[in-house]
Design a protein around this ligand. Structure first.
Ligand SMILES: [Zn+2]
Ligand SMILES: [Zn+2]
Length: 245
């Protein structure tokens, strides 16, 4: 029986291979659509929902956004919300120590960048999320839901599976993994950060605020990651807008 991490690895392997047909066949419009989908899965999904809302509970989202943001992240192929939050909470608890689940210094860059789906999921870190029936449903049926989404893309047109689903998933995996690898290795430091986390300019912009990682480690309960005017945190901007309504 194939395990959930093995399945995710397989899905992501296919997502990475989608680069070949993208480079050969994709038009400018299809690249553009792929990047727009990456914005949805990365901004609304990964950073606003998986990270700030579910892992840190650092902002109050209306229920519609709870569903919408979670689904955006699910189609980004970075794992179930419960698994993602469990590993991430453990990371904050032990960042840059021997117990950090994906410390690049400890397990190596390659394993942290492409193998973090194999980090053990410890349910003791997510007992609150396990009480949410929606999240539990997503967790149990994560790959079936992804197969349905792949089928919908296919019915739009067969090549849409590549530019609407696999290519954005490839982008999100690598950008997200750069946060757990590069921002604990390179970048500029922030005074008062309790570990080796750093800010990286281009990741701040390309992953909707996630690159201001040292700011976030310094104050993990703050849903806004930017500290200076030029540290654009698009996820934080949307959180402010949604929280106001
Ligand atoms: Zn965090
Ligand atoms: Zn970190």
């Amino acid at each position: 029986m194939i395990s959930a991490p093995q399945k995710l690895f397989l899905f992501q392997l296919i997502a990475h291979l989608s680069l070949v047909p993208m480079i050969i066949y994709a038009s400018f419009e299809e690249y553009l659509i792929g990047f727009i989908v990456y914005f949805f899965t990365g901004c609304f999904g990964m950073t606003m929902t998986y990270h700030r809302l579910l892992s840190h509970r650092s902002w109050q989202a209306p229920r519609w956004f709870w569903y919408f943001g979670t689904l955006c992240a699910v189609f980004g192929l970075t794992g179930s919300p419960i698994a993602w939050a469990a590993v991430h909470r453990e990371h904050h608890r032990f960042s840059d120590t021997d117990k950090d689940p994906h410390c690049p210094e400890r397990i190596g860059f390659l394993k942290a960048q492409w193998g973090s789906m194999f980090c053990p999921v410890k349910v003791k870190y997510v007992t609150d999320l396990l009480k949410d029936r929606f999240l539990l449903f997503i967790h149990k049926h994560y790959f079936k839901i992804n197969m349905v989404w792949a089928l919908i893309c296919f019915l739009i047109e067969p090549f849409a599976v590549v530019y609407l689903y696999l290519f954005p998933a490839f982008l999100l995996w690598n950008m997200g993994s750069f946060i757990i690898t590069l921002t604990h290795m390179f970048g500029y430091e922030v005074e008062g950060t309790p570990d080796k986390s750093k800010n990286i300019f281009f990741l701040g912009y390309l992953l909707w605020g996630e690159g201001w990682h040292a700011n976030h480690h310094k104050d993990p309960n703050n849903p806004v990651f930017s500290n200076r005017w030029w540290e654009l945190d698009l996820g934080g901007v949307f959180i402010r807008i949604i929280s106001r309504n």
